[in-house]
Design a protein around this ligand. Structure first.
Ligand SMILES: Nc1ncnc2c1ncn2[C@@H]1O[C@H](COP(=O)(O)OP(=O)(O)OP(=O)(O)O)[C@@H](O)[C@H]1O
Ligand SMILES: [Mg+2]
Length: 333
């Protein structure tokens, strides 16, 4: 069987085994998306994306409930009708008593967290402390064993269409760029709005161009991802997430894979989102950004939120030994 056939067969088998749980298809797609380069060539990735895209279309034609699958596949095909952005007391994110296990290992321990509308929270902590897991639970890329997570007043359900809708309110930007290599920059940004939001191509392109201009790469729209620098690609990812009009943006080390001279161009775009009042949760090692942009710093260790304070307090007067030790190491570089 050809490699393509094998991939198709794998997805087919997963679908067959878990007919009700499209999340598993999502995991398969995510695994493909996250397969690190160069373990998989650009051509091969493009082939796999093409197969998965065909598979999605087939499911859509069959009117199968593939919301989860579709959303996970692209990580950009997230949409929602953005709610009225009224000032409200309801937190944008509320996590209550959240416990997350990977088998016997507890990655998140009794997390209680509220993030207000427009608040910018920077999450710091040593490797393995649970920062990524925290982000991933916020839109249910990870399930949780106990507790509840609310997005703008609505509890995230386990799965189903309602989850897809709520998840669409949350844009995510990861360390890896995850652009579709076989699509132009413009098509990468318009794909979600056209396929998911059913926007007309012309309207989606107009909006995409505005966003690409906003992140400073309007002149790159007809290129392919491989023709762009890392910093430019990451800005496309941000534009792609914004095209879905998210209520919340989650950033998980968005600049860690970038060459140092490209870090600032991405941080500048993030700072402009802060100015616009976007609710943001940002995992980063960029302490300058954390100090300048954050309303709050969360410091995590061993799956717990150990400190939750404003940047000045955290950096100048850390309370816990873990935070002191962490800052000592980070700031000594
Ligand atoms: N899919 C998984 N299966 C098993 N354990 C996992 C999985 N994902 C994360 N973990 C474990 O959960 C803990 C928290 O991981 P997480 O990726 O959230 O840490 P992090 O704070 O983001 O670290 P880093 O700074 O290195 O990115 C780690 O001990 C990790 O090994
Ligand atoms: Mg991480």
């Amino acid at each position: 069987m050809s490699e393509q056939g094998k991939t198709g067969a794998l997805l087919g088998a997963i679908l067959h085994i878990y007919p009700k749980t499209f999340t598993n298809i999502g995991f398969a797609c995510e695994t493909i998306l996250y397969t690190p380069q160069p373990a998989i060539s650009a051509n091969r990735t493009a082939e796999i994306f093409a197969i998965v895209a065909k598979f999605i279309n087939l499911l859509l034609k069959l009117s199968l409930p593939c919301e989860d699958y579709r959303l996970r596949f692209s990580l950009c095909c997230k949409t929602h009708a953005k709610g009225e952005s009224e000032v409200t007391d309801t937190p944008m994110i509320r996590m209550s008593g959240v416990q997350k296990f990977f088998d016997d290992f507890q990655a998140l321990k009794d997390i209680d967290l509220e993030v207000a509308h427009g608040e910018v929270v920077v999450v710091l902590g040593p490797s393995g402390s649970g920062k990524s897991t925290l982000c991933r639970t916020i839109n249910r890329l990870e399930t949780i064993e106990e507790g509840t997570i609310e997005i703008d007043g609505t509890i995230l359900p386990e799965e189903g269409n309602q989850l897809a809708k709520l998840r669409a309110d949350v844009g995510m930007v990861f360390q890896q760029f995850n652009l579709f290599p076989h699509l132009t920059i413009l098509d990468n940004v318009t794909l979600g709005p056209i396929k998911v939001r059913k926007l007309k191509k012309s309207a989606a392109e107009e909006r995409a161009m505005q966003l690409l201009d906003r992140v400073g790469i309007g002149n790159q729209a007809s290129k392919y991802p491989a023709q762009l620098s890392g910093g430019q690609q990451q800005r496309v990812v941000i534009a792609r997430a914004l095209a879905m009009e998210p209520k919340i943006m989650l950033f998980d080390e968005p600049t860690s894979a970038l060459d140092p001279e490209m870090v600032n161009e991405v941080l500048d775009v993030m700072a402009s989102l802060v100015k616009d009042g976007m609710t943001m949760v940002v995992v980063t090692h960029e302490m300058g950004f954390a100090r300048r942009a954050a309303d709050r710093i969360l410091f995590m260790a061993d799956g717990e939120i150990v400190e939750d304070s404003d940047p000045a307090n955290f950096f100048d007067n850390p309370q816990s030994d873990r935070a002191k030790d962490f800052l000592g190491k980070i700031l000594s570089h």
